[in-house]
Write a protein that binds this ligand. Structure first.
Ligand code: C2E
Ligand code: CA
Ligand code: CA
Length: 747
């Protein structure tokens, strides 16, 4: 650090332990116009020098505590005092040794006492002038050093006492100012700083002057002569006086506009979707977080989140290619932006999912109206080069007034509402309400519960016999899962399978049941053998079918349990076949090739499209129990049942009637040539050991179980409907003529 020369500064310090001589020199110099400080001790003299920064120190050579030589060394060692002149005075005549030593220690001159007063004054004058020159030189050297640090940097030097700022030519050039253009006041400089940055810059400067940090380093924008803002890195340091008072601040200014632009681009990329340029999830969540905070602080500041998912976007992508899909997404983003107000945020979360944050919602109907407006905007035909495209979106709406906990929860709610809207068909919208809320809560609780169910082996399988209506014997069993809940007791699948389909837990459950049922079937086979080996049917949810490795998994389980593929049937629902995905198709054919049977469950309740029945390798149709229940004189169930059975046979499939509860149903089914029947009339689902007994019992002819078994068959079941079936209807089925059973699949 260097010291600014002050014009007119004449401070001289005299250090001498001989009071007479001290007084004499003081008077002499004072008369010559100097400001004179005195000290009778070397140590104290050094302190005074450090504090007052005299231009010249005149010191006696020999002093008791700190000698003049030592004082000389200390002064020279102090960087802050590097430009001070030192004159040593000796009381001893011809003291050559101390003269040499003094000069070596850094003294500028030497004077022997008694001395000629005029010589002393002349020497002092020369040394004071020398010190002053040296300071000026150093100052410009410092400036030069700063300049050398970067030829590209502009330099500034602000005299805090006079309030004047010196700007280097480069400084002015950087801003496109001519040499005489820059005003020397700091105000003129600060006036060029970007309004958003100026307070920070001022604050940093103030803090540094007051002592914070070793140097100043601030990035800010400065207006150039052309009216553009450039990013500058401003570095500087304060120069302090003896008592730490800041007298001057100097530094450099580096143009960092290029780097800033790159940084800004990176920052932009981190928060925006590359395809559409819209904010991405991270930015959306940030804005949503701010909106949540604001709403918490100011109650009336409500907002809404819309969650959009394009309808059948996958179809477009698959049929027209990804390029078209991408163009469509860009177009959708553009339209969304177009139909919103300035303060609203549209984001693309990924895929075909978009979200909108609507702020300043006064009434829930505002959000709904906005959702309608969006639907309208999207409805117009898209011309993207190829064929004209029409898009629609399912929209879920979550209103902040509902009282969510945080941004994640709001987004989840809007997503839940969107799924609900999707369930209503294309282009629908749905507001998240308390019914959905309690469903979500239930779902969450179930999810947690099920996680521990997995770990604690709380699932078990029950088996319901499937009777051959031809032989009257057990042809197989349908495995039906139950959850033995530690608190709720035995829970039926209707209470957890649909929810587990939403959470995805169903995949694990299905796989567990599959392994368990195959293992069990193998046990039965070991007990009976031969032609009467029962088959086992396992239900698989659509989600399990969407796993591309399903066929491999099934093959693995068959190998592990040593069960023949022909002894396993998988029950699937029509929704699986509606999935156009190629993967589903290939899984179905792989299973067929393994030799596993595929039974279409609940047939007649869904879409019942003939075309997919022909396209997929289905081996049997299960007539839904609602049709069987409607069978009887005048019931239209008979007609449907007849049609389904006929359809199965015409396609080379077998028919299995579900929900057989009464003898007349059995009679009618037999009359229609239905091969298999299942229902409380024969038996409710039973546990594994009971099923084993049923297999072993040679006398398990249709409807006539041995007495003890018959009693158990209706009581073991947990299905309440089982109890409703009157006991007497379980008897009196005539013997049926035996016919060889089908093995494996029929197609
Ligand atoms: P589902 O596949 O249609 O299974 C037949 C259901 O009808 C069983 O109910 C069974 O107890 C009941 N049932 C049997 N006979 C009669 C009858 O005569 N009358 C009446 N009213 N009902 C009868 P459960 O065990 O409660 O299973 C309900 C549904 O849960 C099943 O319907 C199936 O879709 C699903 N499910 C069961 N186990 C699994 C599984 O392991 N995985 C999957 N994904 N779903 C399963
Ligand atoms: Ca089933
Ligand atoms: Ca069924």
């Amino acid at each position: 650090m260097y010291r600014m020369t002050q014009e007119g500064d004449t401070t001289v310090l005299v250090v001498d332990d001989t009071p007479d001589r001290l007084d004499f020199i003081e008077v002499l110099l004072r008369q010559a116009g100097y400001r004179v400080l005195t000290s009778g001790d070397g140590g104290e003299g050094l302190e005074v020098a450090r504090r007052e920064r005299p231009l010249l120190v005149i010191s006696d050579v020999s002093m008791p505590r700190v000698s003049g030589i030592e004082l000389c060394r200390s002064l020279r060692a102090d960087a802050e005092l590097s430009s001070v002149s030192i004159l040593l005075v000796s009381a001893l005549r011809r003291d050559d040794a101390s003269a040499v030593e003094g000069l070596r220690a850094g003294a500028d001159d030497y004077l022997e006492a008694p001395f000629d007063p005029m010589r002393l004054v002349a020497k002092a004058a020369r040394l004071v002038e020398r010190a002053r020159l040296e300071a000026v030189l150093r100052e410009s050297e410092e400036r030069y050093a700063l300049a050398a640090r970067g030829a590209n940097d502009g330099l500034w030097d602000w005299d805090l006492r006079s309030g004047e700022v010196y700007y280097s030519a480069r400084w002015k050039e950087m801003l496109g100012l001519s040499a005489d253009e820059a005003d020397a006041s700091p105000e003129a400089w600060l006036a060029r700083v970007h309004p958003e940055d100026v307070d920070n810059l001022k604050g940093e400067i103030r803090a540094h002057i007051e002592g914070a940090g070793t140097h100043l380093e601030v990035e800010h924008r400065v207006l150039n002569a052309e009216g553009d803002y450039l990013w500058m890195l401003c570095r500087g340091a304060v120069v302090r006086e003896g008592e730490g008072r800041a007298t001057r601040m100097a530094g450099s200014m580096t143009d960092v506009t290029r780097r800033k632009c790159v940084e800004e681009q990176l920052l932009h990329d981190a928060f925006h979707d590359a395809l559409t340029g819209l904010p991405n999830r991270a930015l959306f969540m940030d804005r949503l977080g701010h909106a949540t905070e604001r709403a918490k602080r100011q109650g009336e500041c409500q907002f809404a989140v819309l969650f959009l998912d394009l309808d059948r976007f996958k179809n477009i992508n698959d049929s027209l290619g990804h390029d078209a899909g991408d163009r469509l997404l860009v177009e959708v983003g553009r339209r969304l932006e177009g139909c919103l107000r300035a303060g609203d945020t549209v984001a693309r979360l990924g895929g075909d999912e978009f979200t909108v944050l609507l702020e300043g919602i006064e009434d829930p109907s505002d959000a709904v109206r906005m959702a309608e407006r969006i639907q309208k905007c999207l409805a117009a035909a898209c011309h993207l080069g190829g064929p004209e495209l029409f898009v629609s979106a399912s929209v879920g709406v979550a209103l902040s007034a509902f009282g969510f906990d945080g941004p994640e929860e709001i987004l989840r709610a809007a997503n839940t509402a969107m799924h609900r809207a999707k369930g209503h068909g294309r282009g629908c919208q749905q507001v998240f309400d308390s019914a959905m809320h309690s469903h979500t809560v239930k779902l969450l609780r179930l999810e947690t519960d099920m996680r521990s169910a997995d770990a604690r082996d709380e699932y078990e399988t029950h088996y319901q016999p499937i009777m051959s209506l031809v032989t009257g014997r057990v042809a197989g069993f349908e495995a039906l899962v139950r959850w033995r809940h530690p608190v709720r007791g035995l829970v039926l699948p209707g209470e957890f399978i649909p929810l587990s389909e939403e959470t995805g837990a169903v995949i694990r459950i299905d796989r567990w049941v599959l392994r368990e049922a195959c293992r069990q079937a193998r046990v039965w086979h070991e007990r009976v053998g031969g032609d009467s080996r029962p088959m086992v049917n396992v239900n698989l949810s659509a989600r399990s079918f969407l796993q591309p490795d399903l066929a491999d998994y099934v093959e693995g389980i068959l190998g592990e349990t040593a069960l023949g593929a022909g002894d396993l049937n998988l029950e699937i629902t029509e929704s699986v076949l509606l999935e156009e995905a190629d993967s589903v198709k290939s899984v179905l054919f792989k299973l067929r090739d393994l030799g596993v049977g595929l039974h279409l469950d609940d047939f007649g309740t869904g879409y019942s499209s003939l075309s997919y029945l022909r396209r997929f390798p289905i081996s049997a149709l299960k007539v839904d129990r609602s049709f069987v229940a409607g069978m009887g004189p005048g019931g239209e169930g008979s007609e449907i049942t007849r049609a389904v059975i006929a359809l199965a046979h015409s396609l080379g499939m077998e028919a299995v009637a579900e929900g057989v509860e009464a003898p007349h149903q059995l009679e009618l089914l037999r009359g229609l040539g239905c091969q298999y029947g299942q229902g409380f009339y024969f038996s409710a689902p039973v546990d594994a050991s009971m099923a084993c007994e049923m297999v072993r019992s040679a006398a398990c002819v249709c409807g006539t179980w041995p007495k003890e078994l018959a009693a158990k068959a209706s009581s073991v079941s947990t299905t309440s409907a089982a109890a409703k079936v009157p006991k007497r209807t379980r008897t009196g089925v005539g013997a049926v003529s035996p016919r060889s059973r089908r093995r494996g699949q029929t197609t």
